[in-house]
Design a protein around this ligand. Structure first.
Ligand SMILES: *[C@@H]1O[C@H](CO)[C@@H](O)[C@H](O)[C@H]1NC(C)=O
Ligand SMILES: *[C@@H]1O[C@H](CO)[C@@H](O)[C@H](O)[C@H]1NC(C)=O
Ligand SMILES: *[C@@H]1O[C@H](CO)[C@@H](O)[C@H](O)[C@H]1NC(C)=O
Ligand SMILES: *[C@@H]1O[C@H](CO)[C@@H](O)[C@H](O)[C@H]1NC(C)=O
Length: 684
């Protein structure tokens, strides 16, 4: 019996082994199957660009004349020649003293806010440190440290920026230390150091007469900055050097942490790999901005409610004045709402950018997200963002090693806190007692998900640790987007105001581009004008006629230059960094061709560039005429959007979204279609 049983067992275990081997084999075969599938998947896209198919972007192009002498190419991508003599020059001009080392004056700054607010606040903090001859302690960025979600590897400033580069770049301007001296640290911990909550429009006078005396008495002050800055944007003429200091901080000293920098560079490489120029587009559709400007009705359903929720919250806190319900269409027609991705798509197509133009969508938050972006994806084939150009592994790596929150904080309540409250309730107090607290509401708030709480509650739930962590990640995403936007061949902002009515992320990008590469195309759209034009074609959006397209083209062309004047009025008084000209620029001594008189009035740069910058203006004698030609030039496709894309090949409207190629039409058909289109337009 025993032997029998033993035999059975042996057979059983043998069977197990066979089973296991079988399992392994089938797993292997499955694996190879996947490999093959993957392989053939890339093979199939043979006409497409191959090298980067590991990302979700599969570029599809038609052959186009990309020679930069082509007239159309110049109009779309060429430099704005009239700004050619404008050069970055943020170095001190007159005598500039070395930083004074008053060893007993420290300024400690705590900054709250989003990416663009942090950036301008740091610049202001540096200026104030110099103004007061104080040593600046590396600012603390609250949005990262206060969320315990980020990796322990980083301190707050170093999470985003490169500390050493910051200190080295400012060595001639101010003294910077990484932390307070020991004696003062103790005082800080005991909350004994005087603290100022400062506004973004604070004057130099305030610092010299209110903060300085306290600083001298206590050796240290703390500035709490939650307003997107702590020094007024316009400074009196005798403080012009301080404006240039702002530029040096923003454009030279503030570089991102190395890992972030590297990933952004990688993304730029991948964008440029197909050998074509690209557009960066920042929709600027953040929930706060939409709420502040009363644009809720441009959205539907839960999105509208979410925006209104926010607006109510803002009204209660006095951040925004007015009624809760606002006629969003009036706001839109007034240019007070972001341009929707669809509108941007239409005007870009009208300007002449073809359907296969590479467009990078920037922004840590595109509220209403995918739904609003669908029409845009339908208009342009190669729309990408940071997620389509990186692997999730690459993104995870820049976050650093993070504690595994998912284990510690289960997504579904009951939470630890709630349990504790229950315990406390059970054991304390007298009877009879009030009812126990209601159970914590499960929360479905999610960055891009369905915002389930809206229907149930008037109060938005507190942020969870995971959300705080997402906010910290958002800073890194925006850092990457910032670099891509600054380097882009063309930049288009959908909106230029943030959730406090001030210049936003895109404004900083525009300022940076104006400083660093004034000739690169940055469209300063007049939203009111564009909204007006959109109204004209609202009942046949995709079938505009020649006249309309021409008028859009001329508007866009004007927005490259003529709107500089208005922008300097509208933005400069709110944020110096959004328009750092003329203080931080100089005029390169001109040769033939471009002349100063061509510069718009707003750019009253009087200062010639120092000799070491060289004299050659790139433009050659003949170019000037070409430029004038270009202004008149209306070459390029006039047919809009899906039907016709100029050049030799074509695609159809591709049904839902137009993805994945289309039928080819013969040129004859195409011409007929174009004619038809024009006739259609003429009829209306
Ligand atoms: C800072 O130092 C400079 C140079 O020594 C001096 O002219 C200026 O008055 C000082 N400012 C303050 C606020 O101490
Ligand atoms: C708010 O609404 C009321 C009535 O609807 C209107 O009279 C008033 O002008 C509105 N206020 C603002 C600031 O729009
Ligand atoms: C339109 O916008 C301007 C500023 O851009 C503002 O002064 C004006 O009050 C707005 N008008 C309406 C009707 O909202
Ligand atoms: C072109 O379209 C615009 C807007 O739809 C319309 O107002 C205009 O009359 C049209 N012009 C011609 C010549 O058809």
């Amino acid at each position: 019996m025993k032997g029998d049983a033993g035999g059975k067992m042996i057979i059983k275990s043998k069977l197990k082994w066979v089973g296991l081997v079988g399992l392994v084999l089938s797993a292997l075969s499955l694996f190879t199957h996947f490999l093959l599938a993957r392989y053939s998947y890339t093979e199939e896209g043979i006409t497409e660009y191959q090298a980067i198919t590991i990302f979700s972007w599969r570029p599809i192009f038609e052959n186009a004349d990309l020679s930069s002498n082509n007239k159309l190419y110049k109009r779309l991508w060429g430099p704005v020649r009239r700004l050619e003599s404008l050069q970055p020059h943020a170095k001190p001009r007159a005598h500039y003293s070395v930083p004074v080392s008053e060893s007993d004056r420290y300024i400690f700054v705590r900054i709250r806010g989003g990416f663009h607010e942090i950036r301008s606040s740091i610049c202001d903090a540096v200026v104030i440190a110099r103004l007061l001859n104080a040593t600046l302690v590396i600012p603390e960025i609250q949005s990262t440290t206060s969320s315990k979600g980020i990796s322990a590897q980083f301190k707050s400033f170093a999470y985003l920026y490169n500390e050493d580069q910051f200190m080295a770049a400012l060595a001639n301007d101010i003294l910077v230390v990484k932390t307070l001296p020991k004696t003062l640290k103790g005082a800080r911990r005991k909350k004994e150091i005087p603290s100022f909550k400062v506004l973004n429009s604070q004057s130099p006078y305030y610092y010299l007469h209110h903060v300085l005396p306290v600083l001298i008495r206590h050796s240290v002050v703390e500035l709490v900055v939650s307003d997107g800055g702590c020094l007024q944007a316009t400074l009196p003429p005798d403080l012009e050097e301080y404006q240039r200091l702002r530029c040096r901080v923003a454009f030279h000293a503030l570089t991102f942490r190395q890992e972030v920098q590297e990933l952004a560079t990688k993304i730029l490489h991948r964008l440029r790999a197909p050998g074509r120029p690209f557009i960066a587009y920042d929709p600027g559709m953040t929930r706060d901005a939409l709420a502040y400007h009363g644009c809720a009705e441009l959205f539907q359903d839960v999105h509208t409610e979410l925006i209104q929720h926010r607006r109510l919250w803002m009204l209660k806190r006095g951040i925004v004045k007015g009624n809760l319900t606002v006629d969003s269409n009036t706001q839109r027609l007034n240019g007070s709402c972001p341009l929707m991705p669809e509108e941007i798509g239409i005007i870009l197509r009208a300007y002449g950018y073809s359907w296969d133009t590479i467009i990078y969508i920037s922004g840590g938050e595109v509220f209403g997200g995918q739904k609003k972006l669908i029409p845009f994806h339908a208009i342009f084939e190669n729309v990408v963002d940071r997620t389509s150009l990186t692997t999730s592994w690459e993104l995870n790596r820049i976050y650093g090693r993070e504690a595994n929150l998912v284990d510690k904080y289960p997504k579904t309540p009951p939470s630890a806190e709630k349990e504790m409250r229950h315990e406390a309730w059970k054991t304390s107090g007298q009877r009879p007692r009030p009812l126990p607290p209601p159970p914590a509401r499960p929360k479905s708030y999610h960055i891009e998900g369905w915002w389930g709480w809206v229907a149930e509650s008037d109060n938005e739930p507190e942020s969870t640790v995971i959300e705080l962590r997402t906010n910290a990640h958002k800073l890194l995403w925006e850092a990457i987007d910032y670099m891509v936007c600054v380097e882009a061949d063309v930049f288009v902002p959908g909106f230029d105001r943030d959730g406090k009515g001030r210049p936003n992320f895109a404004s900083l990008v525009m300022g940076h581009r104006l400083y660093q590469s004034a000739t690169a195309k940055s469209f300063r759209l007049d939203r009111k004008e564009i909204a007006k034009r959109m109204e004209e074609i609202s009942d046949h959006l995709y079938e505009a006629n020649h006249t309309w397209i021409k008028s859009v083209r001329s508007h866009l062309r004007e927005s490259l230059l003529d709107r500089l004047t208005e922008e300097s009025k509208a933005s400069k008084s709110l944020s110096f960094l959004s328009f750092p000209v003329p203080e931080c620029s100089c005029l390169r001594s001109e040769s033939k061709g471009a002349s100063t008189s061509q510069l718009p009035a707003a750019i009253k740069v009087a200062r010639s560039c120092p000799a070491w910058m060289g004299k050659d203006v790139v433009s050659r004698p003949g170019d000037k005429e070409n430029e004038d030609d270009l202004d008149e030039d209306d070459s390029g496709p006039f047919g809009l959007f899906f039907r016709q894309s100029g050049g030799s090949s074509n695609r159809n409207n591709g049904g839902g979204g137009g993805r994945g190629g289309g039928e080819m039409m013969s040129s004859k058909e195409e011409t007929q279609m174009e004619d038809q289109e024009e006739m259609d337009g003429g009829d209306r």
